[in-house]
Write a protein that binds this ligand. Structure first.
Ligand code: FES
Ligand code: FES
Length: 377
């Protein structure tokens, strides 16, 4: 037996499991979450689909021991999710179920699709949903239901990340006590993610009033060095700048050179930075947008910064774009940014702290290995 600690539908769970127990059986038999159905039990039908660390996964072919430290969300965990509610109503309206056996997996896969590819056409929906089999309905109603939601205005989409922190925390890069980066921030705006782009939502808390943070954010020369790896190459004080972003992730190194454009709404204390760049070495092109919004907290003495980062990669490095490793990488980058912003506002003259790429790679990989092999470390 192996002891695992994970988060299931926002609740911290610790259990002793046999090494051969599947996640599906763990959820159904040990947690009584019977909305996760079992059909083929070898990864083909999609009936057992759940969300694992924010990505959809087949729980019949994932071992429970490999989910140590993971965040799992089953169909029962989407009760309060506006997008899931929209899908449920559409499935009912369009007669997208008969016996309902495939429905929990269909709904979780459909929700993931609506988030990743808003506005997808019917051919894309059919292709994306081809990993979920239904033996009753003939798919017409299912596709119609998803189409009606995917083309509708985005509801207030609930964050992907969990309500509670995982019990067994991954080994982490030390985070500054005064400025924290937290996952699970609500979207800054409901603008849909562009097709094929990766979306990461983060939340920072900075122990300075919003006006001070806002002033720093509008001072491109001061704020740019706070972002690890970012460098201004040419900036004349206007609404755009040329720059370079260098990212090193173990053996993978890329240096994107390009241009960024800034837009800000002082009244709402929100803004956008949109940019494009190219890594000459790998010929990978990157395009992305950061949206941020400041909110006073702690009676106005501190500021919460909600950030949505969306980016797309085209070229040899694109394969890394949607991996959870990259999302973890961005989370750590944001934590470092929060630390640097707090340091800049406190008048520190020390150069902004930079990421320890090697250490971070190790921390991220170690967390992943723990999840895969269920061992502490
Ligand atoms: S039961 Fe898991 S894919 Fe069929
Ligand atoms: S509704 Fe019966 S298997 Fe899909």
């Amino acid at each position: 037996m192996t002891r695992i600690a994970l988060t299931v539908n926002g609740a911290a769970v610790v259990a002793e499991v046999e090494s051969r127990l599947s996640l599906a059986d763990f959820l159904r038999e040990r947690r009584r979450l019977t909305g996760t159905h079992l059909g083929c039990e070898h990864g083909v039908c999609g009936a057992c689909t759940v969300e694992l660390d924010g990505e959809i996964a087949r729980s019949c072919i994932n071992l429970a021991v490999a989910c140590d430290g993971a965040v799992v969300r089953t169909i029962e965990g989407f009760d309060d999710d506006p997008l899931m509610d929209q899908l449920r109503r559409a499935f009912s309206r369009e007669h997208a179920l008969q016996c309902g056996y495939c429905t929990p997996g269909m709904l979780i896969a459909a929700r993931d699709l609506c988030r990743r590819k808003p506005g997808a056409d019917e051919a894309t929906i059919r292709k994306e949903m081809s990993g979920n089999l239904c033996r009753c309905t003939g798919y017409v109603g299912i596709i119609r239901a998803i189409k009606s939601v995917i083309g509708a205005p985005a509801p207030t989409i609930a964050p992907v990340a969990p309500a509670a922190a995982p019990v067994a925390a991954a080994p982490s890069v030390p985070r500054p006590a005064a400025a924290r980066a937290r996952p699970a921030a609500p979207p800054v705006s409901s603008t849909a993610t562009r097709q094929g782009w990766t979306r990461v939502e983060e939340r920072l808390e900075v122990p300075f009033p919003p006006d001070q943070v806002w002033a720093l954010f509008q001072d491109i020369r001061r704020v740019a060095p706070c972002m690890p790896g970012a460098e201004l190459v040419d900036y004349d004080g206007g609404p755009s700048a040329k720059g370079r972003v260098t990212a090193k992730f173990g053996p993978i190194a890329a240096s994107f050179e390009g241009e960024a454009r800034f837009a800000a709404d002082p009244g709402a204390q929100s803004g956008t930075i949109a940019g494009t760049g190219r890594d000459r070495r790998s010929a990978t092109r990157a395009e992305g947008e950061v949206r941020y919004r400041l909110t006073p907290i702690d009676s106005g003495k501190a500021t919460r910064v909600d950030i949505v980062l969306e980016f797309g990669l085209a070229g040899p490095l694109a394969q890394f774009g949607r991996s959870a490793l990259i999302k973890d990488f961005v989370a750590r980058l944001t934590a470092q940014f929060a630390h640097n912003v707090a340091a800049a506002l406190s008048g520190s003259t020390a150069p902004p702290a930079r990421l320890d790429a090697g250490g971070m790679l190790w921390a991220v990989l170690r967390a992943w290995l723990r999840r895969l092999f269920g061992r502490g470390g």
